[in-house]
Design a protein around this ligand. Structure first.
Ligand code: HEM
Length: 193
């Protein structure tokens, strides 16, 4: 089945570029969002959209093209240590990306939306929305709702939680990109480990 390799290898490599290329651009988006906070929510939503529509779907196909490659090249994965190591690192990376990194970005979007909607409330001073009797609020319902949601946060203020999540997202991104670099090095170098 080695005649399939010229088809499978380009598919595998191109998918890796599509899946993991954007990860190297995300720090630029984050830095611009920090410099232009008025576009912060858009930057977060763009990052989330790229992860959900491009990064994760493409990354999830890597074991399929990789498994087919191994089969067509007659590689026994249980005896090929570089492949075993890379596969374990891949599982760690994809699990972290879905369970931690994506949830962190989701929470940042939630807070960003709350902060944007509660802007008039925060500008009016603490408790402005809730001080008014229900039904007589001059603020739209969703604005008052967003303010209530922000008050429920376990952090002193939404900005503090946003900053903590920002640090987690940045460190998580560095961790994931480091794993990608190691995986690609193992795949390309095939060291005798
Ligand atoms: C569980 C998932 C994966 C499996 C089973 C797998 C398997 C393979 C196999 C069997 C090859 C062919 C090696 C050869 O040329 O003989 C290969 C090549 C390659 N893989 Fe993977 N792979 C996986 C995930 C990944 C990931 C996540 C990346 C990128 C981060 C990646 C990047 C590459 C690259 C760049 C090559 C080409 C290496 C070269 O020919 O120089 N693979 N992979």
């Amino acid at each position: 089945m080695s005649q399939l390799v010229p088809v499978l290898l380009p598919i595998h490599i191109l998918t890796a570029i599509v899946a993991f290329g954007p990860g190297f651009v995300m720090p630029l988006i984050a830095r611009m969002a920090a410099q232009e906070p008025q576009h912060g929510l858009f930057a977060l939503r763009l990052t989330d959209r790229m992860e959900r529509r491009v990064v994760i779907p493409a990354a999830l196909t890597m074991p399929i093209s990789g498994g087919l490659l191994a089969w067509s090249e007659g590689i026994d994965p249980s005896r090929t240590h570089w492949l075993l190591t890379a596969t374990v690192l891949y599982v760690v990376a994809i699990t972290y990306a879905i369970l931690v990194q994506m949830r962190t970005i989701d929470r940042m979007i939630e807070i960003g939306r709350g902060m944007a909607a509660a802007g008039p409330v925060l500008a009016a001073g603490p408790g402005a929305a809730l001080a008014r009797p229900a039904g007589r609020s001059e603020l739209p319902t969703e604005t008052a709702g967003a303010a209530t949601e922000l008050r429920r946060s376990r952090y002193a203020n939404p900005g503090a939680e946003m900053a903590a999540l920002g640090v987690r997202a940045r460190n998580g991104g560095i961790f994931l990109m480091a794993l990608v670099v190691v995986i690609v090095s193992l795949m390309a170098g095939k060291p005798a480990i």
